[in-house]
Structures are given as C-alpha cells and as structure tokens.
Design a protein around this ligand. Sequence first.
Ligand code: NAP
Length: 267
Amino acid sequence: MEKRENIFLKKSFVAITGASRGLGRCITLQCAVKFHPNSVLVLMARNVEALKSVRTELKATTPNITVLVRQYDQGKTDEGYFNGIFDSLLTENKLSKDDFEQVMLVHNCATSGDKEKTALQLCDADRVRSYYDINLCGMILLNTSFFATFCDPSLSRVVVNITSLASQRPMPPLHLYCAGKAARDMFFRVLSAEEPSIRVLTYAPGPIDTDMMRDMEANVSSTSFRKMIKGLREDGKLLTPKETAADLIQVLEDNTFDNAEYLSNYV
Ligand SMILES: NC(=O)c1ccc[n+]([C@@H]2O[C@H](COP(=O)([O-])OP(=O)(O)OC[C@H]3O[C@@H](n4cnc5c(N)ncnc54)[C@H](OP(=O)(O)O)[C@@H]3O)[C@@H](O)[C@H]2O)c1
C-alpha cells in the first residue's frame, strides 16, 4: 500500500463547517494545534459571535495559524448563494491558492431533523425540503464551490464527510437524518470514483454529548430511543467532543483510510 504522509504536515487552507460548537468546535481547536504553521483555518456556521469566540481561543493557543470567520447558512440554496465563497475569502484576505500545499474541507455541519414524527407522519413538504437543503443540497453546493476554487488536481485535496452510524442502520424516528447521512456517504463515494485525486474520509464519530444529542434526548418521540440515549449516558458511553476530535485527528495523522469508505469510531 502507498505510504501517505500525515495530513497535518502540509501548509493548508482548511474550511470547517459547524465550527461554532459541539464536535466542529473541538475539531477546529485540536486541528489548529496540529497544522503546519502559516496554515489558514476558515470557521463556518450561522452564529458569528460563537465563531469569533472560537477564533479568540485559537489566537491564544496557535498564533501562527490565520483564522477566518465566514458566516453562512447551509440551508440557503438560493441561486448563487454558495458561488465564489472561497474565491472571495482568498481575495479579501490577500491570499492566493498558490500559498498552499493542501486544501481541506470538513463537512461537519448537520441537523437531526423532525424527531417528533414517524416516517408515515411526514406530510409537510417545506419541512422535509428544508431539512435536505441544509443537510444535503447545501453541503453539495458548498463542496462544489470549494473545489471550483481549488480545482488543480496536482494540489493535495482532502474532504472529510462527518457521517454517523445512522447512515448504515435504521434508527427510528431519525428517518430524515438516516436517509440524509446515507445519501451523503454515497455522494462522496461517487465523487471519489470521479475524482480519485481527492482524499475522502467518511468518518462516523459515535455518540457524543453535544447540543444535537441533548436535543434528541429531550425531544425525540420514541421512548425506546430516549431510553437508549439515557442508558448510554448512565453507562458513561457518550463520548466528549474532545475525545471524538482526538480520534478523528489520529485517523488523519495515520492517513491510511480508504477513500470514501465508511469508517467508524463507534464502540
Ligand atoms: N452528537 C452525536 O452523537 C453525533 C453522532 C454521530 C454523528 N454526529 C455528527 O457530528 C457532526 C457534528 O454534530 P454535533 O453533535 O456537534 O452537532 P451540534 O452540536 O448540533 O452542532 C451543529 C453545528 O452545525 C451548525 N449548523 C447547524 N445548522 C446550520 C446551518 N443551517 N448552516 C450552517 N451551520 C449550521 C451549528 O452552528 P450554528 O448553529 O452556529 O449555525 C453547529 O456548529 C454532525 O455532522 C452530526 O451529524 C453527531
């Protein structure tokens, strides 16, 4: 097998979605310490104040990394919304594509969707559409925008698709979430077949104690699902975002994963 070098050694331009809290925040904080100095991290989410607070934390720990904040809403699929995001970021910050040996896009942003209804109760087209706008359509459009800017196949290019066990296993009542994650995984398998020069990591982090998990615990309609989460919490099986981010970073350092193959941290 071809020996690939640790992904963090290259001077990189890295965009991380959902960097304002939860797993994305921890991935950002831990990646920044690892990356080659003079790399650029772009933190993306809706809550700009939360992103700025992550940037402030980073300034203290990793002064050599340039941190940019880019507010966006992944559910905004109006024409042109995603076009040129990364071209503008480069121009506005007087950066050039040629400044980097590697580019990386971490698709971490996600929502869990309608948890109160069963699959047969989904009758509101706007709600279903809006779920897939954020979790599928917006993610694809952002991805296209990123690789339109960084289109040179000789550049080292990496994409991280944060997936879930839910893409492999039906988890009532997370119908929209399961179907969305499965669709994303397959999207990246196709992308990987079309563009073999892009390294694709499809990584499932396992159950993490974040806002998403707490929201499920409080609002999911299924009693058995709520009990299952409660059991994980009581048995100490919910991971912290810090533990999960550390595992992901190890996977990127080892850099032995198969492109777009589902890789799980689920224990
Ligand atoms: N928690 C788990 O147990 C678990 C298990 C398996 C997989 N995962 C996956 O891990 C990833 C992170 O999950 P998490 O638990 O950290 O979730 P979380 O705490 O709910 O955080 C979600 C992130 O996505 C951003 N986001 C949500 N809607 C957005 C939108 N419309 N536009 C742009 N950004 C948006 C949020 O930022 P703003 O609100 O500031 O926009 C936030 O930074 C997700 O892909 C999730 O599916 C989680």
